[in-house]
Design a protein around this ligand. Structure first.
Ligand SMILES: Cc1cc2nc3c(=O)[nH]c(=O)nc-3n(C[C@H](O)[C@H](O)[C@H](O)COP(=O)(O)OP(=O)(O)OC[C@H]3O[C@@H](n4cnc5c(N)ncnc54)[C@H](O)[C@@H]3O)c2cc1C
Length: 321
């Protein structure tokens, strides 16, 4: 199979999740004696191109009209790339970027799509995908009966691809600006700059739940511990709904799915919708004042107590006090 990976980037390099998408595409290409290429979309992509070319041959759609990820334009360019170059499989990491763009590209291409893939296998020579349903309560295996097959994979399910010893080739893809949809115009991006890693990419995630009363306490306790551990901050939906944390922090069924080496849950009960987003973490530590809290059923280490007492003590210990 010929696979195309839609690589997400931060202007400097490709994101960790896209390296997992490369690993998945590599595995499929190996099993089918196929090949892979990745595509970069955006503007001023020299640095990203260098980085991406250490993982796969690169197609670059570099144009001022693609400076910001406006979904209808990006979907059109992806569809053009796939049609012109004839890929069998289109792959991206299951992130908010891909959730916005890939279904539109699938609509334009008329292919078949499976999202949030956590595994794959070949059955009678057919590529089948495993994907969780009902917040991970069941796992369905599906085959896609159309070309191209379009999938998003959960980065936690595929270890990130390593760099190749030699750089791969780079090809420019000409973007026809006049043909791009103009129904959506980018106006402005409002974002809080943070030095902390993204919750989907961090090796350690410190998450807070309703046990944390307000934004200041969240920053002091959850943020304070995260900074000592070089971790990302996450939260339950309860704090997002209360306006204490931004949407980007939400871990769970309707938030982000993470599987870090260490997940620390502070004042989180462990509702099934939250567990759907973190239960595959390698080690789970929970602090909760209720010994019956369901989070303790998935925790490797549990501490029954008040986060307002225990977390400052933990931070003080890490500070060597
Ligand atoms: C369709 C749907 C989708 C959803 N998607 C998500 C999702 O993606 N992510 C998500 O998180 N939720 C999601 N939810 C909500 C979910 O059902 C729970 O309501 C939510 O996860 C609860 O968040 P919480 O654990 O912070 O709050 P609570 O359930 O209220 O738990 C708070 C916990 O903090 C403990 N606590 C209180 N004070 C302290 C203290 N001082 N020290 C220590 N412990 C303390 C309590 O004992 C309790 O266990 C979804 C719900 C629905 C219906």
């Amino acid at each position: 199979m010929r696979a195309l990976i839609i690589c997400e980037h931060d202007g400097k390099g490709i994101r960790l999740g896209s390296r997992s998408a490369v690993a998945f595409a590599n595995a499929v290409a190996e099993e089918t004696r196929g090949s892979i290429e990745c595509v970069l979309l955006g503007h001023s992509l020299a640095a990203v191109t260098q980085d991406a070319s250490t993982y796969a041959p690169v197609l670059v759609a570099d144009h001022p009209a693609l400076e910001n990820p406006v979904a209808d334009r990006y979907a059109k360019v992806i569809a053009d790339v796939v049609r012109q170059r004839g890929y069998d499989l289109v792959v991206a990491a299951a992130t908010t970027f891909a959730k916005d763009i890939l279904p539109r590209a699938a609509g334009l291409l008329g292919g078949a799509m499976a999202s949030e893939v956590i595994g794959h296998e070949f059955r009678d020579g057919r590529l089948c995908f495993r994907r969780p349903l009902f917040a991970g309560a069941v796992v369905a295996t599906v085959a896609l009966n159309a070309k191209p097959q379009i999938v998003t994979i959960r980065p936690s399910a595929y270890p990130a691809a390593s760099a190749r010893p030699e750089r791969c080739g780079v090809t420019s893809f000409a973007v026809d600006e006049a043909a791009l949809p103009k129904k959506t115009e980018f106006e402005v991006l409002q974002s809080k700059l943070s030095n902390r890693p993204d919750v989907t990419e961090a090796r350690i995630v410190v998450s807070g739940g309703r046990g944390i009363k307000n934004s200041e306490d969240f920053e002091r306790l959850v943020g304070g511990l995260a900074d000592r551990l070089h971790a990302a901050t996450g939260s339950s939906r309860a704090l997002v709904d209360a306006g204490i944390t931004p949407n980007a922090f939400q871990v769970g069924q309707t938030g982000k799915v993470v599987a870090p080496d260490l997940y620390i849950a502070l004042g989180i009960s462990g509702a099934v919708q939250h567990l759907a987003g973190m239960k595959n973490s390698k080690t789970v530590v929970a602090i909760n004042s209720d010994p019956e809290a369901p989070i303790f059923e998935v925790a490797d280490y549990g501490l029954v107590g008040d986060v307002y007492e225990l977390v400052p003590q933990w931070i003080a210990r890490l500070n060597g006090k």
